[in-house]
Design a protein around this ligand. Structure first.
Ligand code: AMP
Ligand code: MG
Length: 339
């Protein structure tokens, strides 16, 4: 009798503990040229994560600039109107919107320039100025026509799109939505520099996202708190080559056709939408501190954390209470940018 009572008690406690700590599920995949980890909690998570991984692979195929079956490939090799998927259409529309908003710093037609420098092909080289000028003539997004009703993209001769600045953020939005619809209430996705969270941690507290130190990739220099949102970092350290002691990275300044030279080593954007944060982080890396601050004042729907080449950290005022320097970085100079 007594023994049975103990057993019942033990079972009840196990059930209670089980109820307190939902089971963790995880998937790791390689897509969009990076390692991605998806973690979600609760009984709905296991199946949903399998579908999430499938969805990311599908997006990778559709958006890839090097896959001959992709929408982007079709547009880049068309010389005429091309009807694209809903996903591609959404990203072309967002790209055009951000091109306007960022004064051209985000430009989804930079592919001829990106390729000339050797990114995506691996044949790295420093592109001389005359060649850059000729390539930039092919990047005037004012000449791209997108009809959202028929989802038709019409590009002028020589224009080639590259949605790499938006794709991971968009994938994170899509996966978050898929998980939410499946009933998942707590998840965190890390899609190579793009972190996105669904809800908070299982105990209800916000997620604490580390921001990588661009000068020491083994360390985090700050932590940002976020619930239901994206933390997206663009940095020169993520993809680059070196020649004659000089570093050339993958984010191009559309006004020069050369790697962005704004004085930043990394740009982190925090906000509700992964795709928008992704585009804005690429643009911020091009724009530098002043340009990003202007963008932030005008938009009012995101926050930023920028690391410049002196190591100074620039944060927008909205992050003051939601971020902290990591252990070992307490002495780092921080400048708060105000409205
Ligand atoms: P991200 O990692 O999101 O900052 O995006 C960088 C990628 O976007 C690069 O690898 C290029 O494929 C592409 N890219 C480079 N410069 C630009 C730019 N100024 N605007 C839009 N896309 C760019
Ligand atoms: Mg981006």
């Amino acid at each position: 009798m007594r023994r049975a009572g103990c057993l019942l008690l033990a079972l009840a406690m196990a059930a209670l503990l089980g109820g307190c700590a939902p089971e963790e599920h995880a998937e790791t995949i390689f897509a969009m040229d990076t390692v991605m980890t998806l973690q979600a909690w609760g009984p709905e998570a296991e199946d949903a994560l399998v579908r999430a991984a499938q969805r990311i692979n599908e997006l990778d195929r559709t958006l890839s600039v090097v896959n001959e079956d992709s929408d982007v490939w079709a547009v880049n090799h068309s010389g005429g109107p091309v009807t694209v998927s809903e996903d591609t259409g959404a990203l072309v529309a967002l790209g055009l919107e951000l091109w306007e908003e960022t004064g051209g710093a985000l430009n989804i037609a930079m592919y001829p320039v990106v390729r000339a420098w050797g990114f995506t092909t691996g044949e790295y080289r420093v592109v001389p100025e005359e060649e850059r000028a000729a390539l930039l003539a092919r990047t005037d997004l004012g000449q791209l026509d997108y009809d959202p009703d028929s989802r038709t993209v019409t590009t002028p001769a020589g224009m080639e799109l590259d949605l790499g600045s938006l794709g991971k953020g968009y994938a994170a939005d899509q996966v978050t939505e898929l998980l939410r619809e499946a009933g998942v209430t707590s998840a965190i996705l890390n899609l190579g520099g793009n972190v996105q969270t669904l809800g908070g941690q299982t105990d209800g507290s916000p997620w604490r996202i580390g921001v990588q130190d661009p000068q020491d990739l083994s360390a985090y220099l700050a932590v940002v708190e976020v619930t239901d949102g994206a933390v997206v970092t663009s940095g020169g350290y993520q993809r680059y080559f070196e020649e004659d002691g000089q570093v050339y990275w993958h984010i191009m300044d559309p006004s020069t056709g050369a790697p962005a030279d704004s004085g930043l080593l990394s740009a982190t954007i925090v906000g509700p939408s992964g795709a928008r944060c992704d585009g804005l982080s690429t643009a911020a890396f091009v724009l530098g501190v002043e340009g990003t601050a202007d963008l932030w004042r005008a938009a009012g729907d995101f926050e930023f954390l920028l690391v410049d080449e002196d190591g100074t950290i620039w944060i927008s005022a909205g992050l003051e209470d939601r971020s902290a320097l990591a252990a070992g970085y307490e002495d780092r100079r921080v400048e708060v940018v105000r409205p």
